[in-house]
Structure formats: C-alpha cells, structure tokens
Design a protein around this ligand. Sequence first.
Ligand code: SF4
Ligand code: SF4
Ligand code: SF4
Ligand code: FES
Length: 898
Amino acid sequence: MGLKPATNPDVEAVAIELSIDGKSVTAKGGVSLYDVISSTGKIIPAMCYHYTFDPFGSCGMCLVVQEGKKAPVRSCTAKATAGMIIRTEGDDLFQARKKAVEKHLSVHPLDCPVCDADGHCELQDTAFQHGVTNLANAKQKFIPEDTRSPVLDFNMNRCIACAECINVCKDVLMIDALQFMKKGGFNQVVPKGDLALSCEFCGDCLAVCPVGAITNKFSKYLYKPWQMKKTTTTCNYCGDGCQMYLETKDAEVVRVTSPLSWKNKWGDRAETAKGHGGLCVRGRFGFEYIDSAARLKQPLLRKGNQLVETPWLETMHQVVDRFSEIRRKHGPDAIAGLITARCTNEELYLFQKLMRAGFRTNHLDSSARYGHLNFVHASRHALGIGRSPNDWEDLTKAKAVILIGSNITETNPLTAVRIKEAIRVYKAQVVVIDSTVTNMAKLASHPVLIKPGTEGLVIDGIVKATLELDLIDEDSTTKHPQAFKALKAAVAHVSLEQVAAHTGMSVEALKNTAAIFAEASRSIILCAEGIVRQPNGYENVLKLIDLAWVTGKLGQPGCGVNTLTEEPNEQGAVDMGAAPEFLPGQASFNDQTARDRFAKAWDVTLPAAGSGANLVEILKRCRSGEIRGLYVIGENPLATLPASMEVRAALDRLELLVVQDPFLTDTARMAHAVLPACTSAEKDGTFTNLEGRVLRVREAIDPIGESLPDWHIMTALANALGCQWEYESSNDIQAEIMKLLPGYYNLGQPRKVVPTMDRYLSNGYTTDVAARYRASAPSDPKNQRPFALLMGQVLYHSGKLSTKAPGLITIAPNTGRLRMNPQDMERLAVGEGTTVRLTSDRGSMQLAVQPDHSIAPQTCFFPEHFNEPPVKDLMSIQVDPVTGVPSFKQTRVTIEKA
Ligand code: SF4
Ligand code: SF4
Ligand code: SF4
Ligand code: FES
C-alpha cells in the first residue's frame, strides 16, 4: 500500500498541513489519514485497521468526508496530503457507518452468549454505538469450526473478513500462515493451503481479531471478559522482557493477553520501532505451569530415603541448624549457592547478600554463567560496559545487521520481530551467519550457512577482509596507531581462502559482509548462543568488538555489538552481583572501594578479596568434599550439565543440599530439603531485559499452596542465621538497591551506556590481540566423527520450565528423536522413526531420527529442554579460562543404523 512511515529515519518525512473538522493539523506526509485523525485524539470506528500493519480497507467503518470528493472516503487507506479538508463527524457519516455495521452483522451468527469475545468485541461495540437493532435478516453460514490447530480454533461463522489476522501474520511477523478462501459463498480465513495451521503459534492473529472468530483453545468457555482480573507483568521466559496481561478468574490464570490488541489500534506506525506489543507462543500459551498440578505446595524434608512433606517451621529449623553446623565445623567456605536468572532483581540481590553477609562465603553463581557472562566480560574488558548497548529501536532502524550464531526467532522471538521490521520497513541488509538454516536466514538479504563451530574463524575472516578492503574508519584507528598495527599483525596470517575452506563461507561472502557492515550508517552486530555458549566465546566477542572499532561503529548512534539473553533476567543476575567476581552494579568483588561501600551498607566483613568459586568450581569443590552445603534456587544442574561434569557425584557427596524451586526437579529429588518457591506470577519485583530496561513483575495470584516468594524464604533464612533483615516486601529490597545503585531502576528506560575503547586500546590491547587471532587450525575433518551434534533451544520451549506447561508440550512434545537433514537420512538409508546409534567420544546411545529441513547436512540436533534420552551426556565440556563459562552444546558424533 505504500503507507509506511518514512523508511529512512535519517530523512525526516515532509511535514504537511491539513484541516480536520475545521482545525489545522500538522502531520507527516504520506501516512494513513486515519493515523493523522487519531493523533488529534479523535477516535473513529475502524474494524479492519491496525497501525502495526498496512491498511486493508475492507470494513467500511472509517469513512470521512474529504472536500472535493463525492462519496465518503476510507480514511485508513487514504494518504494524508497537504491541504486536505476532512470532516469526520455528521449524520451522513453516522448513517454510512451504521450501514457497514449492519452489513457485517447480517452475516454474523450472534452466538454472543457462548463467544469468548462477548463483552470484548468490536462488532458488538460498534453495533451498540450505532443503534443497530434490526437483526432479522441475518444469513447463517454454517461453517464447521476448524479445531485442527493445537492452540487456536477458527470459527469462521463469526469472521467479518477484516483481514487483520492475515495482515499481522504477513506484514508484522513475516510468517504469512493465513489466507482468505472462498467457501460456500463466504470469504473465510484458513491456514495456508487449507491445511492444519502450521506456524509459530504466537497468537497475534487472535489478539487483533476484533470479533470472536479466532479463539484460544486453552481458555475457551472458561470466562466472560468482565469476570477477569488483569495484571500487567513481564514474561518469565526470555530476555526480551515482553509486557503481558495475566488474566485471572477465581485465583486461577485463565489466559494471557498482550498490549497488541484490536482495542489498541490507534497510533503512528513509526512507534512500532520500539516493539509491536505482541507475544510469542511461550508468553501467550505457556502460562499453565503456574497452576500446574506438579507444583510443590509444601516443604519436603528427607527422612530416610524419602522426601516427606514437613511444616515450614520444622524444615527451616533443620536447614538453618545444618547449614550452621557446617559453617561451625568447616568454615563459611564449605557453603555455596546457585540461583536461576528467572528470579527477580530483588531476589538476585538478596541471594548474593545472603551468601556474602549471611553465610559469609563468596561461592555463588547464577545461570548467567552458561554464556551471558562471556559477553559481559568481553564487553567490560574492551568497552567498559557490561551489557548490550543498543535497544529495540536501534535494532529496528539498523541499516546493516550481522546476526552471527543466533537462531533468534527460536530464542528471542520478539527481538526477532525487530529485525524483521528492520528488513521490511527500514530495508536493512541482514547477514545471517549460522550453522543451522534459521528462520531469519530465510528472510535475510545475505544468509550464510557455515560449518558448526567455525563462528570464530568466520569473524577472523570478516576482520581480515575489512582490513584487506581498506574499510577502515581513520578517525578511530589513527588515534591508536600501535593498537591498529597490532591488529594488522595479529591477522596477517589469516587467509580468506583458508577461512572459506574451513568454514564454508565464501571469500566473496566474507568481503561482502565486511563491506555491508562498514559502509552502512547504522550497523549492528548481534551474537548469541553460537558465540557466547561456545568455546572461545569471550575471545570471539572481543573480535567482534575489534570489527566494530576499526569500522568506526563504536559509540555511534544506532551501532554496536550486542547479545541476546535466553532467560528473563540474566542481565539482572550480573547487575545484582550474583557472581563471585561481581558485587552489585558489576563492581569488581576485589575492588577495595566497592568492598568498603558494601561492607558498610550491610554492616559486615565481606569474604576475602580474591575468594569465590563459580559454577564449575563449586561443583568441583562439592566433588572434592571442600564444599559440604549447597543452596540451589531454581537451578537444576543435574538435568542441565552433561555426565562428564559428574554433577550427581558432586551432589551425592554433600552433607546438605537445599533446593528451592516451584517444582520437584531432578536436582531437588537428591536434596535433603526442598523449599517450595513461587513462580513470578505470585510475586512482585523486576527483571532487567536484554536492552537493560528494568521491568515490573507483578503478583497476579496468591502463592499456590504454602509456596513462598524466593525473597521471603531468603529473608527468613538470613534472619535465622543471625542477620537482622527487615524486608517485608520486594519494595523494601528495591529501596535498598536504589540507595546502593542510584539510577538503576530509571523508570523502565534503558540507562544509556556509552562504550569507549580508548582505555583498552592504549593499555593492554596490543598484547591481547596477538593471542586472539592465533592460528586456530581446525582438526582434520578426516580424523573427526562425521556429524556435528548440536543441542539448543526451540521456539516452543525455554529451559526446562516450559516443559511444565501443558500447552507448550502439546505443541512441541519431546519426540525423543534426533533431528537430521533429510539428505543425510537418505544417505544413511534411515527413514523417519528408524533407530540409530549415536556415538561421541563420551559414549553412545540409541534413538530414533526425524527429518528436519532446518538442520544443515552433516549436522544433527536435539532440543536441550529434554533429557529423554539423555543426549546431553554425549557432550564434552570446555571451560573458558577467563570467564569460567562452560560450553557443552556441541560435539562430534557418528551416526549408524542400529
Ligand atoms: S498464531 Fe501467529 S504465526 Fe500463527 S497464524 Fe496467528 S499470527 Fe500467524
Ligand atoms: S478471523 Fe478475525 S481478524 Fe481474521 S479476518 Fe476474520 S474477523 Fe478479521
Ligand atoms: S518468551 Fe520472550 S519473546 Fe516470548 S513473550 Fe516471553 S519475553 Fe516475549
Ligand atoms: S478501518 Fe478503514 S476500511 Fe476498515
């Protein structure tokens, strides 16, 4: 339709003047007239329009009179032009709109009493507003309901053919899973090809449907909209931090809805650069874990071989007595703690305070150790900032994006929508470099499939190509001639031809990527699991920073090197100091000024500088018997780490294992005491998303059973250990954090971080860089097992938590099958369901296979969310010597027919 906002944010759209209802209005030229009218505060009915996608112009509701035109015009599809004289009110327009409503109602079943949208229906509202009372001529459609999708039902008798669902899916999500099809004389919406719906199941089509034609399978017939309490909160699945409404009825979560809605259709389309307000499948349909029957409702205490339900008081006495005894006999260093980054900032803060000020140990870590800390350490080391510098708006308005090692639509689907908008609206060139055929690769201008594990070499090649093609920003490099010389010397041995041979990325593609990145005005790098969760993740981030430096992209508006966080609060875990190397605010644990400040604030002597074990070291010390008591909050190392980490042996050796979790996890089954914790739906607090925005988490329901918020349990534990904590709510903890970290909360806006590399370039860079690009000779493929086995995330799951959500398990159950490229299956003469023997250097197991076109040849994949069979145990582990991050998501395997 061409009604998009200016596609280049560097060029301001022409300002025009037009008259609306006698008032002069200034607007951007070329945008929808409807947007201009709504910007004046006038809301005229519109049933097929939504500002997030191109206008369709089917409902005939948004009629206005334009001077000089005989008939009323549809304001949604009309472009605003200078000098227009528009009238939006009057009896003629009222009657015309009324006719349009009558037309829609004449083919609508009026089964409102059993419709989910009853009371929340635009057709009802507009019929009411226009006094439509003649319903005698309604034609019945008798279209059978399409219930084939696992999450959505399509009742096309109710459809008014507005196409909002089709447009959001095609235009915003770029999935294009729906279409109109004429059947039995009526236009109806069907999944593409009239097959069962096969898509990402985000439910955005449901959100924008103005009537009850698309319904949510999980909450159908469970409520009337007015019976629901609506709580605005932040999603607990990934680091995108989407805002959502948890809707509850009688203390039960019945559905999740999004800010994206037909109710919220008025806005300037340019506003979607900050997000379109939708959710992904996990956020919208993954809520049922909250009141799952498997939730722990009572503390459990080990009595003999069994975990027995025990009152809180008795359990806490036992826990405190036994921790105290360990501390008395063996000192505080015999105790350690692990926490999940699904906890709130306030809980993560309290956790590190409890470990340091309560137990007096610095052996503590969080799940940010699984990869995010590689990024944080590299970025702090080179740039002095410990998080991604760019926000969603920067990503949306980027002109060039290098997306390396990230299956972004699976891990961070709503950040992926930002990249989609960059492609669709802002015409960004996007280079996707991955060893999987990702969904984003299919949309990108430059998809590049590489050999698994060669991401680091690819970066070497892009840096080398940048230097070879002289794509250098002189302002940046001339300030630091020694550093630049050192970088050139470090990459002197890199041969683009060899990189191409080892990685599968052609010399031309390496050069193209270098040029695209260097020449664009706003260039973004996004690196994720394929970099930060892989060996050399720390160094590879540093190399990406080198690339941004020499091309002059550091600190420039809309440019930067970024990462994604898979769990909702990995950034918060680092910021709150839930790592042995950091105090809150990412102050170094060894920094004497910071130590003095926190010691004074907490009125304690901190554990010695230089002390502290991270996740891998904690488990090692559990195995050796040095650590005897372990406090685990929401983490499940037994189910996460491969057998080679000997987690079971480590936990077996403990005198006291206390697990605090909403569920009885594999690790909890080994515990001496299990403390039932709430989910994020039952507590208040905040998460810090991947942009650095601090977002509110709000209590939507009372705690299930006798479960308690993690902060509450930690406060009780600390006080029993002799601390005098007076926190009565998450707000009290927040008040303390605000004093210690002024500006952290910052009203939900990311604090601006300004990367500066000058300090590093003049101090330490020249020595570092020589080692960074050391010739990494990949092992001879002939001596390798022929397949790469990858474990990773799938869209429908997040960690192990989503496996407790029946909705998500219905969509994506554990098939227990190894996913393979169909060509490889043909070569091995195995069909779907055939059992194969999968062998790595760590062991062997049998499992069935299934074809998957997104898996590259000579690669196979198993989702990391499932342990049946325990494919993770075939993995080897490599620990980064600088950051302590363990990598265990990739190995080489042999596949034979069993
Ligand atoms: S659920 Fe999402 S992906 Fe599927 S059809 Fe609806 S909008 Fe498209
Ligand atoms: S299903 Fe809903 S959103 Fe889609 S065309 Fe019909 S009425 Fe519109
Ligand atoms: S899982 Fe991530 S992308 Fe999906 S709704 Fe939640 S925060 Fe948003
Ligand atoms: S809103 Fe303009 S025709 Fe439907």
